[in-house]
Design a protein around this ligand. Structure first.
Ligand code: PGA
Length: 265
């Protein structure tokens, strides 16, 4: 079966603001996003501001009648209770959040989040009708050792093995080679396509239907200059963007590149 000739998957471009922003920046960025995206069709857009600014972002997106959806950068595995400093999915829901990034390499590294812990989050989000944006990807050393696919498979298996491959249905996978995140050293579009196709094929071994439908974003130093080349690849269904999402002009241009490239099939 041929994956990708027919655009069955609606592209998703998501901005991961990480630990950046303040009230003024949130207001300006959302206002400029809403204006810039006016009339842009055929691509879903989400932003994940720091949790602190979700309330403000929700209000501003509503006021601007924007179709941009709200995401979060993390969630705890508990729903309530004595867990100082944590944020539950019910709280995120309360602020209109639908997409939640989990398994980002920065959390895997700095917060020692394991595959098993991330899998718990994934299952919990799915059970509660939220959309996990599951980041997977290999380090520089793993890349050099040709372990990319094994790493991605292991990170996916941690989730699939708890339930069934169908748990991926409706979720988002973000393939983010760690060596490309924030480094300016992006994977080439061809190389990213090769990995995306391999990830999809790995899922297809378990379910063709899930593989055909699951969105696989690329992430890691996506900029306006390289965005269209990624979106032209049949197995790259969008992007998860850090640095370039902090500027409305560059983020809007990348989203437009996705809309143009994906809708021109
Ligand atoms: P970057 O970050 O676009 O700044 O490389 C991507 C990410 O971490 O999701």
């Amino acid at each position: 079966m041929n994956y990708g000739d027919i655009p069955m998957r609606r592209p998703l471009v998501m901005g991961n603001w990480k630990l950046n922003g303040n009230k003024t920046m949130v207001a300006k960025l959302i206002k400029n996003l809403a204006t810039g995206l006016n009339g842009v069709e055929g691509v879903d857009v989400a932003i994940a501001p720091p949790v602190m600014y979700l309330d403000l972002a929700e209000q501003l997106l509503g006021k601007a009648e924007s179709k941009v959806t709200l995401g979060a950068q993390n969630v705890d595995i508990h729903l309530s209770g004595a867990f100082t400093g944590d944020i539950s999915l019910e709280m995120l829901k309360d602020f209109g959040v639908t997409h939640i990034i989990i398994g980002h390499s920065e959390r895997r590294e700095y917060h020692k989040e394991s595959d098993e812990f991330i899998a718990k989050k994934f299952i919990l989000l799915k059970k509660n009708g939220l959309i996990p944006v599951l980041c997977i990807g290999e380090s520089d050393a793993q890349n050099a050792a040709n372990e990319t696919l094994a790493v991605c498979a292991r990170q996916l298996d941690a989730i699939i093995n708890i339930q069934d491959v169908r748990v991926l249905h409706g979720a988002i996978i973000a393939y983010e080679p760690i060596w490309a995140i924030g480094t300016g050293k992006a994977a080439t579009a061809k190389e990213a396509q090769r990995i995306h196709a391999a990830i999809r094929a790995y899922i297809a071994e378990k379910s063709e239907d899930v593989a055909q439908n699951v969105i696989i974003q690329y992430g890691g130093s996506v900029k306006l200059e390289n965005a269209a080349a990624y979106f032209a690849q049949p197995d790259i269904d969008g992007a998860l963007i850090g640095g370039a999402a902090l500027n409305a002009e560059s983020f809007v241009s990348i989203i437009k590149a996705a809309a143009d490239t994906k809708n021109s099939y």
